[in-house]
Ligand binder design. Structure first.
Ligand code: A3P
Length: 290
């Protein structure tokens, strides 16, 4: 269960990633109608998978109520991808998901006009969510302490690699790809306008009733109770949710409950160094400090 696959210097859980599954992702032939959701883990992937499938479901909730998120928007790099891809409804744009870094997927993507939705989240909240997830997911090592986990996150040596490289790598391609950037924070604070932004980008306009349907079915309260998105379908050997829920808190700023003032200072210093030349501005850097 806890084997490791190293890909381009990045550690990935071995039980769902293999050299072959990674090769399949990197040589994938995108169609212009494909929609690829790109995230660093714990940035709101499941949430936006739900929003995207709702936008495309045109009021028919059957897949939302019965199909797990990973089969509605399969991860390209995982071993199950080819099988899940063959099960997608052929009449709709294909919804795909990846946590891979841009260096791995961009060459294949650039050969198409596929749409890319990149979701970014305050890395302090990503770190906290990821820390708790490491305790729940049996395919990830138990973190020894929060301090050590934080250091590893800042160095970028943890599973899935560096948050900084992920964000800078993908967002550095905004001009080369057909890409929309949204943040977890804007979806949290302004769900309606963020959903409108997404539906406009996807050229999938929503009527007032459809918009309400999307809002209702992507709420934290609805998703927490839905077995097809709360990962309760996954066996305890893979995710032990008696140790913590997958849909844990679903809020902005939970890092304040976890960071000491010293850890916060350390994080800010690394953030400023690593992001200073990126030209990227996020809701969490408004006011000049993260
Ligand atoms: P927390 O651990 O901070 O609660 P991913 O899907 O990328 O693994 O991200 C998981 C994070 O997104 C978790 O964060 C989870 O609670 C949050 N999340 C999932 N659905 C959400 C929703 N409908 N509203 C708010 N947050 C949500």
């Amino acid at each position: 269960m806890d084997t490791v696959e190293v890909f381009n210097g990045v550690r990935l859980p071995g039980f769902m990633h293999t050299p072959e599954s990674l090769r399949t992702a990197c040589s994938f032939q995108f169609q212009d109608t494909d929609v690829l959701l790109v995230t660093f883990p714990k940035s709101g992937t499941t949430w936006v998978q739900q929003v995207l499938s709702l936008i495309f479901c045109e009021g028919h909730l059957w897949p939302i109520l019965h199909l797990p998120n990973w089969s509605r928007a399969p991860w390209m790099e995982q071993v199950s991808f080819s099988h899940l891809l063959s099960q997608l409804e052929p009449t709709r744009p294909r919804l795909l998901t990846t946590h891979l870094h841009a260096t791995a997927l961009a060459p294949a993507l650039m050969r198409s006009k596929a749409r890319v939705v990149y979701v970014a989240r305050n890395p302090k909240d990503v770190l906290v969510s990821f820390y708790h997830f490491h305790r729940v997911a049996n395919f990830l090592p138990d973190p020894s302490s929060f301090e050590e986990f934080l250091d590893e996150f800042l160095k970028g040596t943890g599973f899935f690699g560096s948050w900084f490289d992920h964000v800078k790598g993908w967002l550095g391609l905004q001009r080369d790809l057909n890409m929309l950037l949204i943040t977890y924070e804007e979806l949290y604070q302004e769900p309606r306008s963020t959903i409108r932004k997404l539906s406009a980008f996807l050229q999938q306009p929503l009527g007032p009733a459809e918009e309400e349907l999307v809002l209702e079915h992507c709420s934290f309260s609805f998703m927490s109770q839905s077995s097809v998105v709360n990962y309760s379908l996954v066996s305890k050997q893979i995710m032990d949710q008696s140790r913590g829920k997958f849909l844990r808190k679903g809020v902005v700023g939970d890092w304040r409950e976890h960071f000491t003032p010293e850890q916060n200072e350390k994080f800010n210093a690394v953030y400023q160094t690593k992001m200073k030349d990126s030209g990227l501005h996020f809701p969490w850097t408004r006011g000049g400090h993260i």
